[in-house]
Every structure is written in C-alpha cells, then in structure tokens.
Design a protein around this ligand. Sequence first.
Ligand SMILES: Nc1ncnc2c1ncn2[C@@H]1O[C@H](COP(=O)(O)OP(=O)(O)OP(=O)(O)O)[C@@H](O)[C@H]1O
Ligand SMILES: [Mg+2]
Length: 103
Amino acid sequence: MNASVLHVEQLDTAYGQTQILRGVSFEVRPREIVAILGRNGAGKTTLLRSIMGLTPARSGLVQFKAADITRLPTYEIAALGISARALRRMPTLLRGSSSAPTP
Ligand SMILES: Nc1ncnc2c1ncn2[C@@H]1O[C@H](COP(=O)(O)OP(=O)(O)OP(=O)(O)O)[C@@H](O)[C@H]1O
Ligand SMILES: [Mg+2]
C-alpha cells in the first residue's frame, strides 16, 4: 500500500498547445513538509492548479491518501481537505498565530 499522503506521478499539464509540466513526480509522506522551488514561470502554480483540478493534468496520477483524485472536480478535492490557499498561509501556520491570513 502507498503510505504517502500525497503522491504525484508523471504529471503532464498544458495550456492549449504549450506544455508546462513534464513528468512531474513527488511524494509527501506523513508529517513531511515539501517545498516546490523554481524560477518565475517554471510551473509551480500550474502544479498546484493541477493537483487541485483547476487545470487538470493531460496525463499522470495524483493520489491523496491512496485514492486517485486526478480527475475529481475541484470542489470534491477541496472537500478532502486539500487547498492551495493553505500554502499561502504557511508563515502564519508556522508561527502558530490565529490571525487572519493575508489574501
Ligand atoms: N492561463 C495560462 N495560459 C497560458 N499560459 C499560462 C497560463 N498560466 C500560466 N501560463 C504559463 O505557464 C508557465 C508556468 O506558469 P506558472 O504560473 O505555473 O509558473 P510559476 O512557477 O508559478 O511562476 P511564478 O514564480 O512567477 O509564480 C509560464 O510560462 C506562464 O506564462
Ligand atoms: Mg506562481
């Protein structure tokens, strides 16, 4: 069984004819924090959009707690507890502050 919380495998995503993600694979295991680094325009936001189903991947696999969420609509993915917004709140979360996140 796959013990990863998030498992991303061979993700390909394009905007029209322009392919942005090519074979992106990574794992997030329990209690891990994984940072995605890349220059401007490398595809970080596109990767999060693909995981969230906002810009669905052309091919590849996204699994959350061993369930295939690659083709789920965004509202179902969000209902599982996955949110790109939470990433923006990371500094707040790490400080343990209960103050409202910046937009
Ligand atoms: N809606 C879109 N239609 C066409 N191309 C897009 C679209 N959104 C982004 N792109 C292109 O996809 C590529 C990846 O963009 P993306 O926003 O994912 O990069 P990023 O790593 O998040 O960049 P940044 O560090 O500036 O936030 C860029 O070349 C960008 O111009
Ligand atoms: Mg971005």
